[in-house]
Design a protein. Structure first.
Length: 466
């Protein structure tokens, strides 16, 4: 049963009234208020633990010893670990609660190019195996599990994974385990990652999984456009995640929202929800600006993204899934997007494939519904939309509103196994998206909020403001 739209809206408003810092607060910054008081009562510098910032000396022990020492301040307000100017080579190290890892402007943390410095750990239960190879996986450079109150920040200091060795091992097929992320936090709450540049991750760059209250703010993420699977930020089975003011240019999806893989994701059952993305700029030549999936078996809902600018990108918005995934993608709202030189504005892919093993249930069909995309302008767009649902599993209530694109291919829209509505879309949307949003179907569309400049939109507004 569907909650009546007005009631859902009231619930949404109530949720926003809570003082939760990661929620919308109506100010200029979505995550505002989440910017924590970063002054910790205690502070140490990595050089006090014997670290040498020459780019050659391996400092893994220094990081581990510093964090072990800082642990004694965890119940006294926590502590800051300062990394001064220099090039600090290290293997994987493990964070603790109530820690601020703070980089100087000219500090560069460099990932070791020896795979032995990235220990091997168990796969995530919602994946059942490593994402690219069966079995275990390398641990991320900066790692943490079961933590609270962790801040990774700096005055635009750099964390560089030196991923090209890993990309070569991937291309040569000499990896023994799935590649590591640059930063991974598991089952943690109250995480802030801000004011930093991340470069050349071996695999996905920032991976919060089974986390809540995560803020990624004012970061730059860079990797070559042809580097394999170097996603920017991948919120995975996590809730209350706010990503704001970021510039991301990588070899794969800039942001990919996930929640586990086929039968493992279904049985773990941990959704990804309340994800907010605000002011994202970037480029992904081979993949998407914002992707949902393809691993979405625990469900993804309540994704709100606005003020997006993508250029030289394959798909601006992409939802990818497959029979066997199960789960759902619903209540997605994307607004105010500007595109230049993009292959497809919106791509829905119902047959993405890629299964962890042969034990998936082909009858586990994903539910995809209530996807609203509005206020989009695009120049030099190849395909307006490639919208392909699943036969016998139609993607419902896909709503497109106020979209103006200059499109080079004909026909501009390619649609199958989808249903929904459109209004003020140029070039005119495919027939499956009926021009009947107002007055009859606006409540079927998720969260239309458009400016009230059009009288047709006003009609919706009046109902909303009771
Ligand atoms: C997640 O973290 C909490 C708090 O640290 C801990 O109590 C719980 O056991 C952890 N869950 C798992 C599955 O590790
Ligand atoms: C973003 O970070 C830079 C340094 O990395 C800082 O100068 C700037 O003020 C920050 N902006 C915001 C909005 O925090
Ligand atoms: C941080 O550094 C990156 C990489 O050098 C640069 O592109 C970005 O503009 C810098 N950010 C700020 C806020 O200065
Ligand atoms: C994979 O294992 C082999 C045999 O132990 C080893 O020589 C090789 O360096 C390993 N590859 C990587 C990328 O760690
Ligand atoms: C990011 O930098 C800005 C400007 O220096 C500062 O106001 C803000 O507190 C910083 N954020 C964090 C979490 O350090
Ligand atoms: C739309 O996004 C642009 C930047 O991409 C921003 O300048 C503008 O204020 C946004 N408009 C609204 C109505 O949010
Ligand atoms: C249009 O975009 C494509 C990439 O999608 C690019 O190759 C081409 O150069 C662009 N054309 C212009 C005129 O910018
Ligand atoms: C652009 O999209 C079309 C249709 O989905 C696809 O066949 C083609 O490979 C894409 N081009 C690039 C450069 O990704
Ligand atoms: C349509 O979207 C544009 C941005 O692409 C925005 O400036 C305009 O106000 C929107 N119009 C309506 C009626 O919402
Ligand atoms: C449109 O909405 C704005 C803010 O939501 C409001 O201030 C303005 O009065 C509205 N205009 C009309 C004609 O309803």
């Amino acid at each position: 049963m569907r909650i009546p739209f007005a009631l859902a809206d009231v619930l949404l408003v109530l949720a926003f009234l809570s003082p939760a810092p990661w929620a919308v607060n109506g100010g200029s910054s979505y995550c505002k208020g989440a910017t924590p008081d970063i002054s910790r009562p205690h502070s140490v510098t990595i050089t006090e633990f014997g670290a040498v910032g020459d780019g050659v000396t391996l400092n893994t022990k220094a990081f581990q010893n510093a964090i072990f020492y800082i642990n004694s301040f965890a119940d006294k307000g926590g502590a800051k670990l300062f990394v001064p100017a220099g090039r600090w080579l290290t293997g994987s190290f493990d964070l603790i609660s109530h820690l601020t890892l703070s980089l100087d402007e000219d500090a560069v943390i460099l990932g070791s190019t020896n795979s032995d410095d990235w220990p091997v750990v168990d796969p995530l239960p919602s994946y059942g195996r490593g994402r690219e190879l069966p079995g275990r996986r390398h641990r991320s450079l900066i790692y943490g599990s079961n933590l609270m109150d962790v801040i990774i920040t700096g005055n635009n200091g750099t964390i560089d994974g030196q991923g090209d060795v890993w990309w070569n091992w991937f291309h040569d097929k000499t990896l023994n385990y799935t590649r590591p992320h640059l930063v991974e936090l598991i089952n943690s709450t109250g995480v802030v990652i801000s004011n930093l540049t991340f470069r050349n991750s071996p695999f996905w760059t920032i991976h919060p999984v089974y986390c809540s209250q995560v803020v990624v703010q004012n970061v730059t993420i860079l990797a070559p456009l042809d580097s394999p699977n170097t996603d920017g930020v991948d919120p995975d089975s996590s809730s209350d995640v706010c990503i704001e003011d970021c510039y991301i240019s990588t070899g794969d999806d800039l942001i990919a929202i996930k929640s586990g893989w086929d039968e493992y994701g279904i049985s773990y059952g941990r959704p990804c929800k309340n994800i907010r993305i605000h002011r994202l700029v970037g480029q992904s030549r081979s993949s998407a600006g914002i992707a949902i999936g393809s691993e979405m078996s625990g469900g993804v809902s309540e994704v709100h993204a606005q003020d997006l600018h993508f250029f030289g990108t394959n798909s601006a918005i992409r939802i990818k899934t497959s029979p066997g995934r199960g789960g759902y993608v619903k209540n997605i709202h994307i607004a105010n997007m500007t595109l230049t030189n993009v292959n497809a504005t919106i791509r829905l892919t119902g047959h993405y494939g890629e299964h962890p093993d042969d034990d998936y249930d082909p009858n586990a069909l994903p539910v995809v519904e209530r996807i609203t995309i509005e206020n989009v302008r695009g120049d030099n767009i190849t395909h307006a939309g490639v919208l392909e649902g699943i036969e016998g599993d139609t993607f419902l209530d896909i709503c497109l509103l106020n979209i103006t694109l200059s499109v080079t291919s004909k026909p501009p829209w390619d649609c199958a196994h989808i249903a929904g509505y459109s209004d003020l879309v140029t070039p005119k949307a495919c027939k499956l998206l009926r021009e009947e949003i107002f007055p009859d179907h606006w409540s079927d569309c998720y969260n239309i909020y458009s400016q009230n400049s059009s009288s047709r939109l006003n009609r919706g507004k009046q109902w909303l403001s009771w």
